[in-house]
Design a protein around this ligand. Structure first.
Ligand code: ADP
Ligand code: MG
Length: 596
C-alpha cells in the first residue's frame, strides 16, 4: 500500500500531513503526486469531488516552488470565491512548516486593494477566481509573468460558469514554458478543448470512470404531487434527525421561500442564492460550516462553492433544468470517503427525467416512499432515546436531585420514562398522527398543473383568459407567457388549464390587481388578450371540467384542505416555539452537531 512517505514528499510536508491526520494518500494523490514531483509536465487529472484533488496538486506545488523567493510562482484558478478561500486555507495548512510561505486568495466581493497589498508582500502562490484575477492583471496589481505552475481546478465548473475567455486572457500573461495542471470532475468536450489549447502533450490520469458520479452516494427518488413537495421535504428531514443537508431549488425565489418556510416551521435552515449580499452569504456559509444550519437551501450557482465534508443528504427539492447539473448537486455529499444520499422529490411529470439522469450517472435510483407519520414518530423517538442515553450528565443537577426525587417518589421507572419522553413526543405525535400519505403511485394522479408548493391556495383567485390551445398554448406555454409578462415567479401562476379558445389560471389574491391591471387593453400579436376573474368556483376548474369530471374539483379541494391543516398545525407549533417550546418538527430541539 502506498504511503505519503514513499510518494517523495519532503519532511515539512510529511509533518503537516501527520498533523492533518491524513493516513493514506487517496487514489488521485497516489497517481498525481509522483508524476508532478518528478517531471516538469502538463497534466489532466479527472477525479470526482471529495477525492482529495487539492492535496494532489497542492503538495507538489509547495515542494517545487522556491519559498525563499518572493516571486509569484504558482497560480491556482478556481471557479468560486468559496472554493478559492477553501483552497487557500488548505494550502496554508499543507505548507504550515514551509517557513516564509505566503499564499494569497484573490476573489471578487472583497477589497481589491487589500488583496493587492497582500500580493505585494510577496506571494509565492495565488489562488484566484478568474474574474477577479483578470481584473487585477488589467490594473497591473499582480505580476504572473514568472509563473511556473498553473492549476485549473474544477475546470468543468469554470467552463460551465462561462470563464473560458477569462482563463484564456489570464494564461496569455503567463510564460509559455510553465506547467499546467488541470483538475476536473468530468471531461466534457469543452474541457478537452482547453486541455488541447493550453497544454502540451499532457499526461492524463483518471480516478474511477470518467463522468461517473461518486460511488459513495446512493440515489433515491420520491414521487409526490407537486403541491406536497414542501411537506415531503419536511418529512424527509424529520425522518433523518441528524440530517446535514443541501436542499436544491431551481430559482432564487423558491430557494428563499423554502428556507423561510423551514425556518418558520422551526428548522435550522438558511438560504444561499445570488440575491443575497456577500455578507449575508458569508454568514449563512459560516453557520452551515459550524453545523448550526442543518438544511442549507441553495440555488445551483450559489452552491457551486460548497465544499463541506459532512453533508449527509443532498435533497433535490426540484430537479435542475439541465440534468447534467445533477452530478454537481449530488457531488456535495459523499465527500472525503464518507457516504451520502442524494434524494430527489419528483412529481409525475418529471419522473422520466430520472431515467435520463441514471444514464448520465450510470447508476440506478431507488424509488422510495415518503415515510408516514408514525414511521417518523418512531425514528424521532428512538433518536431522542439514543440522545438521552448518550448524554453526559451535568452534575449541577445533583443539588436539585432530592427535590426531584421527592416529586417522583411514587413513579416507577417505566412510568417515568414514558412521561419524560411524552414531553417531546406527544407534540410530534399530534402533528403526525393524522398526516396523510404523500406518495403517488406511478400510474395515478394528474399532477400537471398543481404547481402549488406552498400554503394558502384557498386564498387564490381564478382567472379566465381568452387564449387557448387554438392559439398554440398548452398549459406550460401559457404559464410561461403569464409569468414572463407579469414578471412573476415559478409558483405564482398555478392551476393553469387550457381549453380550445380560452383558459383558466390562478394566482394568490394579492396579485389580482396586478394581473387585471396588466391585462387591461393588452394586445399580444395584434389581438386583444382579455383576462377576467372567473365566476366559477375559486381554485376549481372551468365549467366544462366541472361537468365532465366533477371529481377533479373535489379532489383538489380535498387536498387543499389537507395542506391547510398541515400548515395550520405547523403555524401553531411555530408560535408555540416562540413561547419557549421547540417546534413540532423537533428541528430546533435537535442538538447542533459539532463537526469532527
Ligand atoms: P476535491 O478537491 O477532490 O473535491 P478536496 O481536496 O477538497 O477534494 O478534499 C476533500 C476532503 O478530503 C478535504 O477535507 C481534505 O482535507 C480531505 N483529504 C484530502 N486528502 C486526504 C487524505 N489522503 N486522507 C484523508 N483526508 C483527506
Ligand atoms: Mg477541489
Amino acid at each position: 500500500m502506498s504511503t505519503f512517505q514513499n510518494l517523495g514528499l519532503n519532511q515539512d510536508l510529511l509533518q503537516a500531513i501527520t498533523d492533518l491526520g491524513f493516513e493514506t494518500p487517496s487514489d488521485v494523490q497516489q497517481k498525481a503526486i509522483p508524476i508532478l514531483l518528478e517531471q516538469e509536465t502538463d497534466l489532466v487529472a479527472l477525479a470526482q469531488t471529495g477525492t482529495g484533488k487539492t492535496a494532489a496538486f497542492g503538495f507538489p506545488m509547495l515542494q517545487k516552488i522556491n519559498i525563499d523567493s518572493r516571486t509569484t510562482q504558482g497560480l491556482i484558478l478556481s471557479p468560486t470565491r468559496e472554493l478559492c478561500l477553501q483552497i487557500a486555507s488548505e494550502m496554508k495548512l499543507y505548507g504550515k512548516y514551509c517557513k516564509g510561505l505566503n499564499v494569497v486568495a484573490v476573489y471578487g466581493g472583497a477589497s481589491i486593494t487589500e488583496q493587492a497589498r497582500e500580493i505585494k508582500k510577496g506571494a509565492q502562490i495565488i489562488v484566484a477566481t478568474p474574474g477577479r484575477m483578470k481584473d487585477m492583471i488589467s490594473r497591473r496589481l499582480v505580476d504572473i509573468s514568472k509563473i511556473e505552475y498553473a492549476v485549473l481546478d474544477e475546470a468543468d465548473e469554470m467552463l460551465n460558469m462561462g470563464f473560458y475567455e477569462d482563463i484564456n486572457d489570464i494564461l496569455s500573461h503567463t510564460p509559455e514554458d510553465k506547467c499546467t495542471w488541470l483538475f476536473s470532475a468530468t471531461m466534457p468536450k469543452e474541457v478537452a478543448v482547453i486541455a488541447k489549447k493550453f497544454m502540451e502533450s499532457p499526461q492524463e490520469i483518471t480516478v474511477g470512470n470518467k463522468n461517473e458520479s461518486t460511488n459513495q452516494v446512493s440515489h433515491e427518488y420520491y414521487l409526490v404531487n407537486s403541491r406536497d413537495r414542501y411537506n415531503a421535504l419536511k418529512r424527509l428531514a424529520d425522518a433523518n434527525p441528524d440530517i446535514f443537508s443541501v436542499v436544491f431549488c431551481r430559482t432564487k425565489r423558491d430557494t428563499q421561500k423554502v428556507a423561510e418556510q423551514l425556518i418558520e416551521d422551526g428548522y435550522n435552515a438558511g438560504a444561499l442564492h445570488g440575491d443575497l449580499s456577500q455578507n449575508q452569504r458569508d454568514l449563512v456559509m459560516n453557520a452551515f460550516r459550524k453545523n448550526q444550519i442543518q438544511m442549507l437551501v441553495a440555488t445551483d450557482v450559489a452552491a457551486r462553492g460548497i465544499d463541506v465534508d459532512d453533508v449527509t443528504h443532498v435533497i433535490n427539492y426540484q430537479l435542475p433544468d439541465e440534468i447534467e447539473t445533477y452530478t454537481h448537486r449530488s457531488g456535495r455529499t459523499g465527500r472525503a470517503g464518507k457516504t451520502g444520499v442524494s434524494m430527489v422529490i419528483v412529481s409525475k411529470s418529471e419522473v422520466r427525467k430520472i431515467k435520463s439522469i441514471e444514464r448520465i450517472i450510470k447508476k440506478e435510483f431507488v424509488k422510495k416512499d415518503i415515510p408516514n407519520g408514525m414511521e417518523i414518530c418512531e425514528v424521532q423517538l428512538m433518536s431522542l432515546a439514543n440522545k438521552v442515553h448518550n448524554t453526559e450528565i451535568n452534575h449541577e443537577i445533583d443539588k436539585y436531585l432530592s427535590n426531584i426525587n421527592e416529586l417522583f417518589a411514587d413513579t416507577s421507572k417505566d412510568e417515568l420514562i414514558k412521561k419524560f419522553f411524552s414531553v417531546e413526543f406527544t407534540r410530534f405525535y399530534n402533528y403526525y398522527q393524522k398526516a396523510k400519505d404523500l406518495n403517488v403511485s406511478e400510474g395515478r394522479g394528474d399532477d400537471r398543473d398543481s404547481g402549488r408548493d406552498f400554503g394558502g391556495s384557498s386564498n387564490s383567485t381564478r382567472y379566465f383568459i381568452n387564449v387557448g390551445s387554438k392559439d398554440g398554448y398548452d398549459w406550460m406555454k401559457l404559464k410561461d407567457f403569464l409569468r414572463e409578462s407579469l414578471e412573476l415567479g415559478r409558483d405564482d401562476i398555478f392551476k393553469v388549464e387550457t381549453k380550445d379558445s380560452f383558459s383558466f389560471f390562478n394566482t394568490e389574491n394579492e396579485l389580482k390587481e396586478k394581473v387585471l391591471a396588466y391585462f387591461t387593453d393588452f394586445k399580444h400579436n395584434g389581438r386583444f388578450v382579455n383576462v377576467e376573474v372567473s365566476e366559477n368556483r375559486k381554485g376549481g376548474g372551468g365549467k366544462r371540467r366541472d361537468r365532465k369530471r366533477g371529481g377533479g374539483d373535489r379532489r383538489s379541494r380535498r387536498s387543499e384542505g389537507n395542506f391547510k391543516s398541515d400548515n395550520a398545525k405547523s403555524n401553531k407549533s411555530s408560535k408555540r416555539s416562540k413561547k419557549g417550546f421547540k417546534s413540532n418538527e423537533m428541528a430546533a430541539s435537535r442538538p447542533r452537531r459539532s463537526r469532527r
